[in-house]
Design a protein around this ligand. Structure first.
Ligand SMILES: [Zn+2]
Length: 78
């Protein structure tokens, strides 16, 4: 049969959405950028709130860093 087999590449995305809600402006526009070499960042695309943390293992989940950020943000606010 001259039927060409087309390669079907299934892309299964198991990535969870890495967008969280901002404790400052309330928008779901927080992005968590985990870097093992540079400081990791938590950035709000809406109000511009930025938080950095050095020496974050890239085994860490975005949600973990986000939780730390929220904790610190809340305690800083008093
Ligand atoms: Zn914000």
């Amino acid at each position: 049969m001259g039927r060409k087999r087309r390669k079907v590449i299934k892309v299964t995305r198991r990535k969870l959405p890495k967008v969280f809600s901002c404790p400052q402006c309330g928008m779901a526009s927080i992005r968590v950028l985990i870097n093992s070499e540079e400081p990791s960042k938590v950035v709000c695309g809406s109000c511009g709130l930025t938080w950095e943390k050095a020496n974050v293992s890239n085994k860490k989940e975005a949600i973990d860093l986000y939780n730390e950020f929220v904790d610190e943000f809340m305690s800083r606010r008093g």
